[in-house]
Design a protein around this ligand. Sequence first.
Ligand code: FAD
Length: 598
Amino acid sequence: MPIYTPPLRDMQFVMHEVFNVVDEFKNLPPHAEVDADTINAVIEEGGKFATDVIFPLNISGDTEGCTLDKATHEVKTPAGFNEAYAKYVEGGWPALSCDTAYGGQGLPFVLNQCMYEMMNSANQAWTMYPGLSHGAYECLHAHGTDEQKKIYLPKLTSGEWTGTMCLTEPHCGTDLGMLRTKAEPQADGSYKITGNKIFISAGEHGMTENIVHLVLARLPDAPVGSKGISLFAVPKFKVNADGSLGERNPIFCGALEHKMGIHGNATAQINIDGAIGSLVGQPNKGLAAMFVMMNAARLGVGNQSLGLTEVAYQNALAYAKDRIQMRSLSGVKAKDKPADPIIVHPDVRKMLLTAKAYAEGGRALAIYCAMLLDKELHHPDEKVRKDSGEMLALLTPIVKAFLTDNGFDATVMCQQVFGGHGYIKESGMEQFVRDARINMIYEGTNTIQSLDLLGRKILGNNGATLKKFGKLVGALVQEEGVNEKMAEFINPVAYLADQMTKFTTELGFRGMQNPDEVGAAAVDYLRVAGHLVFGYFFARMAQVALREIAAGNTDPFYGAKLQTARFYFAKLFPETASLMRTARAGSKPLMETDLALA
Ligand SMILES: Cc1cc2nc3c(=O)[nH]c(=O)nc-3n(C[C@H](O)[C@H](O)[C@H](O)COP(=O)(O)OP(=O)(O)OC[C@H]3O[C@@H](n4cnc5c(N)ncnc54)[C@H](O)[C@@H]3O)c2cc1C
């Protein structure tokens, strides 16, 4: 049976020692009183919920899956899921970082980030039910009418209702401009929605009395393409004026998808047969409104893989210390045993350290992004809010794609550490691999993330936000440039930042002559950008560790952090050179292949 221990020490290190979040919160009026004790107590309790309540349901949920009663259209989630959700609500967890105006606790997103990392480690499929609701909450909070906010936000905040995002249709996933679901205006100001959605996560279940579906659809006179999409809130049960539940809305689960992983989450085909909904945001501006939810979900999906990376690593590490097989190349290590533990073998160590580095780099990036979100929402200075929002927009596709690509590699490597036992269900490792795979696909595939990063977020503004990230690197070089001990961490990052500037300009020129050049380079480019970001955070983590060790702190945590950073810079970071080389090979080897792909 797999094990999981919440990585509280590492979270505290990142929050308190690397980013000094409490000092940052002092500048944000709603969070000015949040202190380290509160933060630590919340994540400790959150860790207990993850390990005690939902982790024990991970394997059973995967084995049992969800079932649909075709007569009633109701979905039964795996045993224990509903009870775990009730405990989640009872503990007030859905409200953690929701607005106090709607019954929320108003705590920083940084805390929500840590909570979700732990829940994803414990049970990704279960965590998607509240995860999507939180996205729906954010979307309605940003774009809902006063009436919609009054009806939906208190219920989503308390967790009494959940939310979904209904974008995908059978003929369109990436290209939402082709969607066909129709919305007809009614005399009373509501809309009658008709269409078919597929692949809707948490689309039907019995955990709550109502589900708020956020549905993309077209108005009768809508322009073609993505400029003609509107967003609607369509509840499973209509809501009466006094807030009580009314009649069942004809928005039904027609079937459940049979899929590779996340079996405990109901991936629903949703048939909408004239269901009544209300418009969210402006007509034909639905994609812009939905982007609030999509951006939250993109960060959330990166976080899913971060959670899986951590739990897979913990299990592989324990196994590698216990499993004995062959002798070490450099001489017997466990004389009292017939063979040495496999952790002595260099390649096993490489697999373990890769997963560890991906988890620790990912955690630093994810917490940094949550901090940016807190600043974007609450900093009194408009310029700081704007800069934080822009930086978050730049980093979002990196969180989504880099963390999920890394997460898949890490879970496969951790499975590999188990040898054949990793392939057998009992170890739990193959489930981590299966669950991690979807994260590279949904919420915009990782290819689409890379096009968003290079095409829109970087070349689209002439690299302005990337330059701002370059300034962070520059500031670290300025601060530590004369510190010889930091050279091994800072020099590679400074070098890559410089290379990235030239690389980006070159791709920009090539892209102007032939747009396929951008498409051909984007995936490699995002990975290079991911390493630039990870490299910067590993350098900052090493900076703190070196400082503590120099001050006489003997906690082995700091030595471990330095060793992981050294491994990262020696064995993972250098792939940037080959990625830049393959990106520079351009579009020709891909596009001039009519014979090869005939
Ligand atoms: C388990 C699961 C849960 C999901 N949950 C939800 C949900 O809750 N709500 C929801 O609305 N949807 C959901 N989805 C749908 C998911 O977001 C889509 O599957 C995904 O966005 C890709 O769309 P598609 O499957 O139609 O693939 P397509 O759009 O057909 O893409 C096929 C391939 O072509 C590539 N491609 C497409 N366009 C380009 C381009 N311009 N340049 C380069 N490559 C391109 C893609 O990257 C992909 O590799 C879910 C899917 C699954 C499997």
